[in-house]
Design a protein around this ligand. Structure first.
Ligand SMILES: Cc1cc2nc3c(=O)[nH]c(=O)nc-3n(C[C@H](O)[C@H](O)[C@H](O)COP(=O)(O)OP(=O)(O)OC[C@H]3O[C@@H](n4cnc5c(N)ncnc54)[C@H](O)[C@@H]3O)c2cc1C
Length: 382
């Protein structure tokens, strides 16, 4: 049984350097959901990483989540995003878990027998994931869900899906609910053909009269906006910050490795001996380090309940998105024609990093929200 931060981080690192690294290229080239790595993380006791200790989890909080996603993301971004979304989903379930939800969902999550994930985005409202149009209608002793979800990471592989919706009666009060995989009326479609994150199995989900019991509603009716800004956003932003930090680190390491390996026959010198390239590596180191410090500080602020935690986690994900895209781009330049020619991880890093700016809340949205908050304006303005 692992319990301490250093223990579970060590376990995650071992798994990252083992099966995650071994299977990364295959996951990418075959667009395969990283089943082996996810099962290994579950077997090692990390399934309940984001579940509080009082519910049997590791209580990793935002800090543990960001750091685990970082070590996984350095080896395989697809594995990191899939595991990260499971942890975000677990945190949402745990936020207001009833005794029945603790028993039916959190216990199996902590025992490594249950994968969950978030299904918030919809085709109609795009990046405005906090404006679902899926309808939740009270029916008998439970609810009926009707609508469409899109980009569901871990799609058709998870055991349950955390869904958002609005009341079919007033169209306003919205809530989150959990639907177990295989509930009649859930129909998966599409294939993930995205440029990167190729193993993440982000699929479309149609909800046609999906019946869930009352016990599967999370929190109270109308709680969804609370979930969005107090649980979903912070945990999601910290998980994704870790993933993209991992990619940035991997790209930086690949550039350094190339510079110390490539030598010229006409001088016998290595690329690493060139002053301007040393200077460029120096700049990249600084970018990576300041971004890492911001991510770790933001996660700590959230875990400690600081007043400005939401601003910090939003800024962290915006900065890490810039950092990962810049770092993968720079690494490609530093590795020259050889890096461009040879199929290898650089292509994967470039493709994976580009998701950082388009996953909601996107970089533009985050900076607008930070600006609005700093100007004492409501986050969700016109
Ligand atoms: C790899 C990957 C995994 C994902 N996994 C999940 C998941 O597990 N669960 C989930 O719920 N969703 C997931 N998503 C969905 C994601 O979070 C977004 O909802 C989705 O990418 C929106 O795409 P869109 O084309 O509809 O964007 P659009 O809404 O069409 O936006 C296009 C662009 O316009 C910008 N834009 C839109 N409105 C404004 C505005 N008012 N001001 C400024 N800019 C604006 C956006 O920032 C964006 O850059 C995933 C997406 C990707 C790429």
């Amino acid at each position: 049984m692992i319990s301490k931060h250093s223990e579970y981080l060590g376990t995650a690192r071992e798994i990252a350097h083992g099966i995650v690294r071994e299977q990364a290229e295959q996951v990418y080239s075959e667009r395969r959901w990283p089943e082996g790595a996810i099962r290994e993380l579950q077997r090692a006791g990390l399934g309940g990483l984001s579940v509080p200790t009082e519910f049997g989890g590791l209580g990793g909080g935002a800090s543990g989540l960001a750091e685990v996603c970082e070590v996984l993301g350095e080896q395989c971004a697809s594995t990191a995003i899939c595991f990260g979304m499971h942890c975000v989903g677990s945190a949402v379930i745990a936020a207001h878990a009833t005794p029945a939800q603790q028993r039916e969902l959190l216990e199996p999550i902590c025992e490594g027998e249950h994968i969950t994930t978030l299904a918030l985005s919809e085709p109609g409202t795009g990046v405005h994931f906090y404006l679902p149009q899926t309808q939740i209608l009270a029916s008998g002793s439970g609810y009926l869900l009707n609508g469409r979800k899109t980009f569901v990471t871990n799609g058709n592989h998870a055991d349950s899906y955390v869904l958002s919706g609005v009341s079919a009666v007033d169209g306003l009060s919205f809530s989150c609910a959990v639907a177990p995989q295989g509930t009649p009326g859930m129909e998966w479609s599409g294939q993930w053909t995205g440029m990167g994150m190729r193993g993440n199995s982000s699929l479309q989900l149609a909800l046609n009269d999906v019946a869930i019991p009352e016990s599967h509603l999370l929190g109270n009716e109308g709680d969804q906006i609370w979930y969005v800004f107090h649980v979903v956003a912070p945990y999601f932003l910290m998980a994704m910050s870790g993933v993209y930090l991992g990619i940035a680190q991997a790209a930086y390491s690949a550039a350094c490795a190339h510079l110390t390996k490539r030598s010229y026959s006409h001088t016998g010198s290595m690329l690493a001996d060139t002053a301007v390239l040393q200077h460029r590596i120096g700049r990249l180191w600084g970018e990576l380090e300041k971004t890492r410090q911001l991510v770790h500080a933001a996660a700590k602020k959230f875990d400690m309940g600081s007043d400005d935690a939401l601003l910090a986690v939003m800024a962290a994900k915006a900065e890490v998105a810039d950092c990962a895209v810049m770092m993968t781009n720079e690494a490609m330049t530093l590795c020259g024609g050889i890096g461009y020619r040879d199929a290898g991880p650089l292509e994967r890093y470039l493709h994976d990093a580009r998701a950082a700016h388009v996953m909601a809340p996107t970089t533009d949205t985050l900076r607008t929200w930070i600006g609005r908050a700093a100007l004492d304006l409501p986050l969700l303005g016109d």
